[in-house]
Design a protein around this ligand. Structure first.
Ligand code: NI
Length: 248
């Protein structure tokens, strides 16, 4: 069930049986020569939508721009300042709690978002603690899960791509997007086959160290078939974890 494809009476009806919603959250940033700019937003969205269809979970709109400053030397990348992202997440949560939601499960697709998402949770909880006495604010609990850490997913990715999984523009994440959007597949020869590894600092430094955007990966191994396997495992994991979170 997707919020965007629902009417307000349908959301009212959903709230009679559940106070929990799942929001995919990611980034719009370069993902190497054959990876889509939307990869980090599309992966959690693809997984979430299927979980929503299978288990009746309400899926909110994707928060699809995040912390991508270090990718800004590559065309197409869009980034938010941490303070902007915290403020926007706060307003999304305030809107949802106004309607009665008490549990927000954020399914994340970008490692660079983690610190800011946790800071946003702290901002939300401060908002409740510092609210005026008797303001009758709804209780709110948020949780963050990175899709690649869902039960069964990490082992599967290592099994599918024992060499060249790497750290950025991985064959696993590119496979998930190719499964979701097979028409967007790109055939590119990677040079070198496995990208270099190293630290992440600023945007210009990143481009010097990682000229085509990849870190440690060979995403030319990505395939629709691998993506389907990863999505199937992730959907199973997220349905089980969301149920526990919604009930807790
Ligand atoms: Ni990514």
């Amino acid at each position: 069930m997707q919020l965007h494809l629902s009417s307000w009476p349908e959301i009212d009806t959903y709230l009679e049986t559940s106070r929990a919603i799942l929001i995919p959250i990611g980034s719009t940033e370069q993902h190497g020569p054959n990876g889509l700019l939307g990869t980090d937003a599309l992966c959690p969205e693809i997984i979430a939508r299927r979980a929503g269809d299978e288990a009746g979970i309400l899926i909110g709109p994707t928060f699809n721009v995040g912390q991508a400053q270090h990718h800004m030397a590559f065309a197409g990348t869009i980034t938010l300042r941490p303070s902007t992202m915290i403020a926007a997440m706060f307003d999304w949560a305030q809107s949802l709690t106004r309607h009665g939601f008490e549990r927000i499960y954020w399914l994340n697709g970008h490692g660079g978002n983690i610190a800011t998402i946790n800071a946003a949770f702290s901002e939300m909880y401060h908002g409740i603690t510092f609210g005026p006495e008797g303001s009758n604010r709804a209780p709110l609990r948020c949780t963050l899960r990175n899709w690649w850490e869902l039960a069964g997913v990490g082992d599967l990715c290592r099994q599918l791509f024992p060499v060249g999984e790497g750290h950025h523009a991985t064959p696993s994440e590119v496979s998930v997007t190719y499964f979701g959007y097979p028409e967007a597949q790109k055939s590119v020869t990677m040079t070198p086959r496995i990208a270099p590894v190293g630290p992440i600092y600023d945007a210009e430094d990143y481009r010097r160290r990682f000229p085509d955007g990849r870190i440690g990966s060979d995403p030319s191994q990505a395939s629709v078939e691998a993506g389907e396997k990863i999505v199937t495992a992730a959907v199973k994991g997220v349905i089980a974890e969301f149920a526990r979170f919604a009930a807790g």
